[in-house]
Design a protein around this ligand. Sequence first.
Ligand SMILES: Nc1ncnc2c1ncn2[C@@H]1O[C@H](COP(=O)(O)OP(=O)(O)OP(=O)(O)O)[C@@H](O)[C@H]1O
Length: 225
Amino acid sequence: MIELDNLAYSYGGGELLSEISLRLAPGSFHFLTGPSGAGKTTFLKLCYGALVPTSGDVTLFGQDVRSMGRNDMALMRRRIGVVHQDCQFLDHLPLVENIALPLMVSGRDVAAEAQNLDDLIAWCGLSHRKHALPPELSGGERQRAALARAVIMSPEVILADEPTGNVDWEMSQRLLQLLVELNKMGKTVMIATHDLALIRAAKSRVQTRVLRIANRRLHLAGADL
Ligand SMILES: Nc1ncnc2c1ncn2[C@@H]1O[C@H](COP(=O)(O)OP(=O)(O)OP(=O)(O)O)[C@@H](O)[C@H]1O
């Protein structure tokens, strides 16, 4: 699905990621951790083609990102749902329209998808907030809405960047449970987080691999986490 082969990524400030190889198997559940500024968000962007590596290869569903045109990229982005760190809502649109945005952008008939949309919003526990504007939502509601928008296109892979940032423990458990349920439905999940307690909590619910970025390299974290 997602394959990174000897990837390096540099920007004006120097090399951020180096000698990184990884193959995300279908149905796997990964955590990505590491110090602030280590490159977790950058790594996720490389995994969904928002960034191209400086050297090495990124292959998404069998296709090299460098060979992807605009259409290929649009099709691929339907297969990878992304929960952004800052949610990235359009503040003037109610929650239900924000969640439906990927459907609209891809030209799907939103009216025909109304039931699916309602079911997804209910699954995320947001039915009572569907007409609220993003600035009116709590942190936990925003994070669940961001997750709903990431999965509205039924992607095969979900990449979540700090999906439990700025929420309390109870809400982080609820969000984790949604991601575990998606994984049990067969979705491949990768969560970038600083929250080691969240990772420990996940280990009792799902088989997971913990990756850590440190000193530009990707390491498999030990069982002592
Ligand atoms: N294209 C770029 N131009 C300038 N700086 C960049 C670029 N790409 C990455 N960086 C820098 O590289 C560092 C890594 O950023 P990134 O957001 O990937 O780290 P992170 O591990 O997700 O951090 P956090 O845990 O704080 O969210 C940051 O200092 C960022 O500013």
